[in-house]
Design a protein around this ligand. Structure first.
Ligand code: HEM
Length: 192
């Protein structure tokens, strides 16, 4: 992997590193697992949304040529997003402190079911984010990776089903992505 890819991945792990630092400094309050679960949930959402917005900018032709050569970094961003989502879920289980109870809730509570579906989709996408899978799956690779479009709305509902949430975490990202997707569809229809 080229140096800039390593740097990119390292930068993406800064929020996780900050959390580790805060944990060792005892700055995460009485229930560190709960705090870590929440912060990782936010970052999972930001990474997911950034990747989709990046893709939409490419699709509508609004990505400057100089930046187009970094397109492959989207795959790294996708894999890191999955890692954050997985850790987010892990800290939910730790926060509950009872694995059977946490697992039961995951198939009973709607917001957790939606989170789990999102995580499973991200897992499938992360597993196939390599050159071998791109070659092997051919045109099916694109169809599979279009599943990412489903994850952002699912994750948004997951977020809003948790009461008293701050809309600023999700809505601005969602609006930008939906507006760009609208332009994309408009351009496609016009072309035909
Ligand atoms: C793509 C997948 C996911 C995304 C983008 C996501 C995103 C989020 C976000 C943004 C929050 C709010 C954090 C805050 O209040 O600052 C959250 C909360 C939470 N998520 Fe997820 N999540 C995902 C998957 C999951 C999974 C798989 C689980 C567990 C099965 C889960 C369990 C939780 C829990 C327990 C909370 C905290 C609820 C509370 O405040 O009581 N999430 N998630």
């Amino acid at each position: 992997m080229r140096l800039y890819k390593w740097i990119f991945v390292l930068v993406l792990f800064i929020p996780a590193g900050v959390l580790v630092g805060q944990l060792f400094q005892g700055e995460l309050g009485a229930n560190p697992s709960e705090k870590i679960n929440l912060v990782l949930g936010d970052w999972t959402y930001y990474f997911l949304a950034s990747n989709l917005i990046w893709g939409a900018l490419l699709a509508v032709g609004w990505m400057p040529n100089r930046l187009r050569r970094f397109t492959l970094l989207r795959r790294h961003l996708g894999v890191v997003t999955f890692v954050y989502a997985f850790l987010h879920m892990t800290f939910y289980v730790l926060k509950e402190g009872d694995v059977p109870l946490a697992l039961t809730q995951m198939v009973e509570k709607l917001y957790l079911i939606l989170g789990l579906i999102s995580l499973l989709i991200l897992f499938a996408l992360a597993l196939t984010s390599n050159n071998y899978s791109v070659r092997k799956l051919g045109s099916r690779w694109k169809s599979l990776h279009r599943l990412a479009y489903v994850v952002l709305p699912l994750a948004t509902v997951h977020y809003f089903l948790i009461e008293k949430k701050d809309w600023r975490v999700t809505i601005p990202w969602l609006i930008v992505w939906m507006a760009l997707s609208g332009v994309r569809v408009f351009k496609l229809v016009k072309k035909r």
